[in-house]
Design a protein around this ligand. Structure first.
Ligand SMILES: [Ca+2]
Ligand SMILES: [Ca+2]
Length: 184
C-alpha cells in the first residue's frame, strides 16, 4: 500500500475513535458501555471514572426512562436472556440498615429517587449492596451482589467527554504522516 493511502486509511479509522458516543440529555452526557466479557461493580466504577465520568446517577423518572432506552433494544446488555441489565451508580455502604437504608450514588448526588422492582431491594443472601437494571422487560432496579459479573455499565458525564488519549496520539501520528506525504 502506498504511504498516502495507508495514512488516509489510518486517518479514517482514528477519526471513528475520535467521535464521542455520548448522548446529550438535560445538560449531561450519557454513554452505555458494552463489556461482552463482563465486569463486576468495582470494575465498572473504575472504568467510568477513568473515562472522565461516573456510573450513572438517576434522580428522576424521566432520566430513568432515558437511560433505560439507551440499552433496552440491545440484547447484549442483558445477561441470561432478558435478565440482569447493566450496572448503575448506586451502592449501600457497610453497616447500612437492610435492605433499604443508606443507598447513595457514587457521584454524591442525593438518593431521593428510586425505581426498585417489586420486592426489591431484598438483600438476597445478605450480600446485595449494588444496583443494576433488573430485567429488559421493564426499567425497574434490583439490588445485586457487587461481585456479580454483568455485561455493561452506563457512564454519565457533566460535560462532553474528550477523546481518549490513545486517539489523540493516533491522530497526531496521522497528521505528521500527511505532512510527510505533502513534502515528498
Ligand atoms: Ca444490601
Ligand atoms: Ca435483589
Amino acid at each position: 500500500m502506498k504511504p498516502k493511502i495507508a495514512f488516509l486509511v489510518l486517518f479514517l479509522i482514528s477519526s471513528l475513535f475520535l467521535f464521542s458516543e455520548a448522548i446529550l440529555w438535560n445538560g449531561h452526557y450519557y454513554e452505555a458501555i458494552l463489556v461482552t466479557g463482563g465486569l463486576n461493580f468495582d470494575q465498572a466504577n473504575a472504568a467510568a471514572t477513568s473515562k472522565g465520568g461516573y456510573l450513572v446517577s438517576i434522580t428522576s423518572d424521566a432520566e430513568n426512562t432515558f437511560v433505560y432506552n439507551l440499552i433496552s433494544n440491545n440484547s447484549l446488555f442483558w445477561k441470561d436472556g432478558d435478565w440482569h441489565g447493566p450496572w448503575l451508580g448506586a451502592f449501600q455502604p457497610t453497616g447500612a440498615s437492610e435492605p433499604s437504608g443508606g443507598w447513595q450514588w457514587t457521584s454524591g448526588e442525593s438518593f431521593t429517587y428510586s425505581n426498585w422492582n417489586t420486592g426489591e431491594p431484598n438483600n438476597a443472601n445478605g450480600s446485595e449492596n449494588h444496583v443494576h437494571f433488573h430485567n429488559r422487560t421493564h426499567s425497574r432496579w434490583n439490588d445485586l451482589n457487587g461481585g456479580s459479573v454483568l455485561t455493561g455499565y452506563i457512564v454519565e458525564y457533566n460535560s462532553n467527554p474528550v477523546p481518549e488519549p490513545n486517539s489523540l496520539i493516533l491522530l497526531s501520528f496521522v497528521l505528521v504522516g500527511f505532512w510527510y506525504c505533502k513534502r515528498h
